[in-house]
Design a protein around this ligand. Structure first.
Ligand code: 5GP
Length: 216
């Protein structure tokens, strides 16, 4: 619950593709009333069921570049050949109202935010291992074989950035993950937060899977 006059926290949530970040974030918003979700702008095409202004603001490359020129973004990144960026205005207004603002963004953007706003809380969501990540990406059926391979390759680099996050959370059971995330955001508990062995194991798994997919 937000106290009066308290400025809301800025919370960055990143994670591997297919990890269920979107679902976790949706549940946080549904189950608790102190969150606001920043809607990003992107030049990628909408997926089935996605709505302009709700999932993303879907714009052309020219429109995106115009917004960059006007200083309209807190951060932006090029991910898999498409632009993604966080519009400033909504974040500022929501934090002023005491809402904790969630940015669901990839790692390059997260690092820009961390540099500009060191108080930001950064949470990385992972699957329990690389094989589970591949299963989920394949299961959602929204990307081609090559796109999935691209996302698995990108995840190797993303895993290297995990160490810069304040917390790494595994999304195995959805409700447990949601409650754990809310607890972290509210209390920011002390304790070990990043496990290098987990990262190494994950990267090894990714590399094996990518190698298998590229010889096929
Ligand atoms: P997708 O195409 O699957 O919706 O998103 C691809 C990646 O872009 C995800 O990791 C997502 O978190 C990230 N993303 C979404 N919006 C933004 C944004 O505004 N800025 C940055 N840097 N990444 C974003």
């Amino acid at each position: 619950m937000s106290e009066q006059n308290r400025q809301g926290k800025l919370v960055v949530i990143s994670g591997f593709s297919g990890v269920g970040k979107g679902t976790v974030v949706k549940e946080l918003l549904k189950q608790y009333d102190h969150y606001a979700l920043s809607v990003s702008m992107t030049t990628r095409a909408p997926r089935e069921g996605e709505q302009h202004g709700i999932s993303y603001y879907f714009v052309t490359k020219e429109e995106f570049e115009k917004a960059i020129g006007e200083g309209g973004f807190y951060e932006y990144a090029n991910y898999q050949g498409r632009y993604y960026g966080t519009p400033r205005a909504f974040v500022d207004a929501s934090r002023e109202r005491g809402m904790d603002v969630i940015l669901e963004i990839e790692v390059q953007g997260a690092m820009q935010i961390k540099e500009k706003f060191p108080d930001t809380l950064l949470i990385f969501i992972a699957t329990k291992d690389a094989a589970e990540m591949e299963r989920r990406l394949t299961g959602r059926g929204t990307e081609s074989f090559d796109q999935i391979t691209g996302r698995l390759k990108a995840a190797v680099g993303e895993a290297e950035q995990m160490q810069h996050y304040d917390y790494v959370v595994i999304n195995d059971d959805l409700q447990e993950c949601v409650e754990q995330m809310n607890g972290i955001i509210l209390t920011e508990p002390e304790g070990p937060r990043y496990d290098p062995a987990f990262k190494e194991q994950f990267v090894k798994g990714l590399e094996e899977i990518v190698a298998k997919r590229t010889v096929q």
